[in-house]
Design a protein around this ligand. Sequence first.
Ligand SMILES: Cc1cc2nc3c(=O)[nH]c(=O)nc-3n(C[C@H](O)[C@H](O)[C@H](O)COP(=O)(O)OP(=O)(O)OC[C@H]3O[C@@H](n4cnc5c(N)ncnc54)[C@H](O)[C@@H]3O)c2cc1C
Length: 477
Amino acid sequence: MKVDIQHLKKIVGPENASDDVAELYIYGSDASVHQAMPDAVVRPGKTEEVQEVMRYANKNKIPVIARGSGSGMSGHAVPIDGGIVMDMKRMNKILDIRIEDVLCVVQPGVIDDDLNRVLRPKGVFYPPTPASSRVATIGGEIANNASGLRSVKYGATRDSVLGMKVVLANGDLVTLGSNTRVEASGYQLARLMVGSEGTLGIIVEATLRLTPVPKFKAMAMAKFNKLEDAGKTITAVMTSGITPSVLELMDNVAIKAVNTALNMGLPDVEAIIMFEADGRIKAAVEADMNDIEEICEANGAFGIEMSDDPKEMTRIFSGRKKLFAALSRYQKGLSCTSLADDMAVPNSKMAATVQEIVDVGKRNNVVMTAYGHCGSGVVHTKILMDTTKPGQWDNARKAVSEVYDFVRKVGGTTSGEHGIALSKAPSWKKEKKDSLEMMRAIKKALDPNNILNPHKMMDAPDDWVKATDLRYTTKVQ
Ligand SMILES: Cc1cc2nc3c(=O)[nH]c(=O)nc-3n(C[C@H](O)[C@H](O)[C@H](O)COP(=O)(O)OP(=O)(O)OC[C@H]3O[C@@H](n4cnc5c(N)ncnc54)[C@H](O)[C@@H]3O)c2cc1C
């Protein structure tokens, strides 16, 4: 069915609907390796417009793919079957901040950092904060169940979402969850939407739980000559009874990339761990920092540097936040691809996992890096390769499958925070094999015409290389 662009223009206004090829091209990719062209893009400004577009799409069985900023790393917002990309960024109002109820109500297109810039002077913040918080929208974060640097202490998105308003596939508007910190009434439908990757409904409003800004913070960096020792340290800290507010690991490839791209001056060692403690009482923060330092030293760390200077802390963390982009500068001719990129493993398996990632890269003749919010169990990897050579994609395909075989063997999960979409579906389908039919039944009940972000997650193709065109100038069989 051809999309009636004139009809869409009537719903959202002529300047907010387009089938111009240049615009469609931009909306055909995200931060993943995938690319596929939509037939039209709409930018609704209010809930009623979202409902109207959904009624039209449902009647005509046209796919609709909600899109925030397109920073998803696995092809989440890539329109694999064409259709309408619904850009939510015009719906970007902070509707209410209720300090006495410790919550706020926002539209889905609000950018994470923009929200926190408004909240922090009021003494509260919204904690999930992925490294992409400068661009990621609250809607995209909810749909992906994003987490970040401070999730080790403050939880993932699911822990901060109280309720939401959602437009269903048929255009109906429903209110899910509540305004209270706890709710025990029936199916947890707001939670079901968290991590649903735009396949069950369009989030048009969210009620978010806020957290008081801690008064004191300190951070430190510990150096290691062995990557495995850094992994063991993560395990030891997380079983010590201390809950750091940040516990990040970076291997040598990640360190070199950040130094080359951003001139960060990080120590050129095999691995570093960055940790932060925060709280209301300075002495308690200092005690936690000292205890973590002792654990690091007992596991082979040296040259630990502490800081409570906000400028220095921001500088170091900004290097970590820009790591994804920096990795493409690691070595001339190698591009950073986001493939097996955010698995989570049990705390006790951290050392073995980070070492395995590096070894898998060597075995398959691609460069692989291990870093991430390891305190939460999340290990990021990226594959750095010459994307113009089809053989490198074959190597990457093998490396991805070996990494995931390992992750499943140690009882881990395919995605800790970025979600599944296309690239991670093959492993995830193996991991969730006995609950896929349950998920398909839920999808069918809410979206019988399969128009909401179709062919993602449980219905994605089994080979991610062939799922869509690749966003690179190469042809792979
Ligand atoms: C440099 C970089 C660093 C990153 N770091 C992190 C990190 O630390 N932690 C982390 O978790 N992720 C990280 N990511 C991944 C990504 O930024 C997050 O998953 C983010 O939440 C995506 O937000 P977005 O607005 O870009 O969503 P998009 O990519 O546009 O969309 C993501 C998914 O959400 C759906 N969606 C969007 N809006 C709505 C809506 N209103 N209703 C229903 N569905 C919707 C889309 O259909 C899609 O399936 C990073 C990405 C990059 C590029």
